[in-house]
Design a protein around this ligand. Structure first.
Ligand code: AKB
Length: 318
């Protein structure tokens, strides 16, 4: 039976992934690790939790040894906008954290999941039907850590046989834990504002088209890729994976189908707009579909209906 460690387990992906892994592999087999000393509600009640800074290699090794870990989902990282405010810290957490995880995986024979991002591309990348293998010259520190991370994972596989795998996530939309400091966060914030005050001031331009994915699909992608037959994988890390691609004005129109009095205005944040403008508009994810059967369940309209239902219920109970 797999013994799984999830780093960054208190974050947007980590919190939901931990619960899904516990459901699948048994609660005691999934150790959640986060930077907070006290685990947040759901994580504490459903299984083991430890406080861990991934930059501390000795502490990471101790957790892996103590629990006999065989698989690491490494999600601890700073996101794009906050990384741009603190580039040195972003490098430290994103790169030294990953290097520690890969070294630990090499020593203990663990499988590794590393989430890359659309941020691994840059202004020189073809923006539409962005190929799986193409120019990767990101202009953000976050993107630089993601493309370097993809290369490091490939290196550890080739050089040491570490079974590292990963996808390039687009913007992720979810309703449990808020994203912290990303450029695509508007696509989550908008739902809370729509339900609370029927109005949202968007920090990206109306026509900023980006790839997106609903969290249940993001969780399924990670688990499916990790379970995929290795002999079918031509790539291993940085699989393009998307579910939908829309602009803020298209998302607002989809919300207005449910809440006709919802309005949107635009108050552009130059930092996040510049980051978004450097990313592709819509990726070609045919390699993921062919090599491990990637198939998203939620399109724009299914995601919007589900998000509004969940956020309405959540805010009613607050
Ligand atoms: C961000 O906006 O930084 C992230 C991402 C696309 O990687 N959501």
């Amino acid at each position: 039976m797999a013994k799984i460690l999830v780093t960054g387990a208190t974050g947007q992906i980590g919190a939901e992934l931990t619960l899904a892994l516990r459901e699948h592999y048994g609660a005691d087999n999934v150790i959640a690790a986060g930077h907070r000393r006290e685990p947040p509600g759901g994580l504490a009640q459903t299984g083991p939790y430890c406080s861990l800074d991934v930059r501390d290699a000795a502490a990471l090794n101790a957790v892996v040894t103590a629990h006999g870990i065989t698989v690491i989902y490494h999600l601890a990282a700073l996101l794009s906008a906050v990384a741009e405010e603190q580039p040195l810290q972003a490098w430290d957490i994103n790169m030294n954290g990953l290097l520690n995880v890969l070294e630990c995986a090499r020593q203990h024979g663990c499988q590794v999941f590393f989430p890359s991002s659309i941020a691994a591309f840059g202004p020189g990348t073809p923006p539409f039907n962005t190929p799986q293998d193409t120019v990767q010259r990101p202009s953000t520190i976050y993107g630089i850590t993601k493309v370097t991370g993809e290369l490091l994972c490939d290196y550890y596989y080739r050089r040491y046989g570490v079974d590292a795998r990963g996808v390039r996530y687009p913007g992720l939309i979810s309703n449990q834990v808020l994203p912290g400091g990303g450029t695509t966060d508007y696509a989550v914030d908008i739902f809370y504002a729509a339900v609370r005050q029927r109005h949202y001031d968007c920090f990206l331009r109306a026509d900023t088209q980006l790839d997106m994915m609903y969290m249940p699909d993001a969780i399924a992608a990670a688990m499916q890729l990790m379970q995929a037959d290795a002999s079918r994988l031509m790539h291993r890390n940085g699989f393009n994976a998307t579910a939908m691609s829309f602009t803020p004005s298209q998302l607002a129109a989809a919300i207005q189908q449910h809440l006709p009095d919802f309005t949107i205005a635009y108050a552009i944040d130059p930092l996040r707009q510049a980051i978004a403008d450097s990313w592709p508009r819509h990726m070609d994810d045919s390699a993921a579909r062919a090599e491990w059967g990637w198939q998203p369940r939620y399109d724009l309209s299914a995601m919007v209906g589900d998000m509004l239902r969940h956020i309405t219920a959540k805010l009613r109970n607050e």
